[in-house]
Write a new protein. Structure first.
Length: 151
């Protein structure tokens, strides 16, 4: 791996938590306003890709915390599972269902199946993009990788 600049490494350390926080904001706001699981997953993947480019593959894998292919599977299970509550109530497939929790002094909290679906999409997007980015980065680092120097 080539040595990266101090500015890039420092920026990656500062931007990773900020971009992940913005990603969570987009995810939670998505089913009521612009945003959602797809764009939130892309923002989170961009944050992790920046981390990979600045600190290396091992650091990015450590920051991700799990094999990205597992995220794809978990996301698919959650997204498909978000359709099950409607089936138990005899509604059409993927009909939105909400649960209201009155435990909070600030007011009721409404949780719905559209948020579960967005969470599944979020995990699938992060898993897919990071699988591609990590695979390409690892292929470039291998000593047996073809070189473009003669082109």
């Amino acid at each position: 791996m080539r040595k990266q600049s101090v500015i890039l490494r420092t920026a990656a350390h500062v931007l990773l938590p900020l971009l992940l926080l913005f990603s969570a904001f987009l995810l939670l706001r998505g089913h009521n306003a612009p945003g959602g699981g797809f764009i939130a997953g892309l923002v989170a993947s961009a944050a992790l890709a920046l981390y990979l480019f600045s600190l290396g593959i091992a650091s990015a894998r450590h920051a991700l915390g799990v094999d990205p292919r597992r995220l794809i599977g978990a996301g698919l299970v959650i997204a498909i599972g978000s359709a099950l509550p409607a089936a138990f109530f005899g509604d059409a497939f993927f009909t939105g269902r909400w649960l209201t929790l009155d435990w909070f002094p600030s007011g009721p909290l409404k949780l719905g199946t559209p948020l579960l679906f967005d969470l599944g999409v979020y995990l699938v997007v992060i898993g897919s993009v990071m699988t591609i980015v990590l695979t390409l980065a690892e292929a470039e680092e291998r000593p047996d990788a073809p070189s473009n120097e003669g082109d």
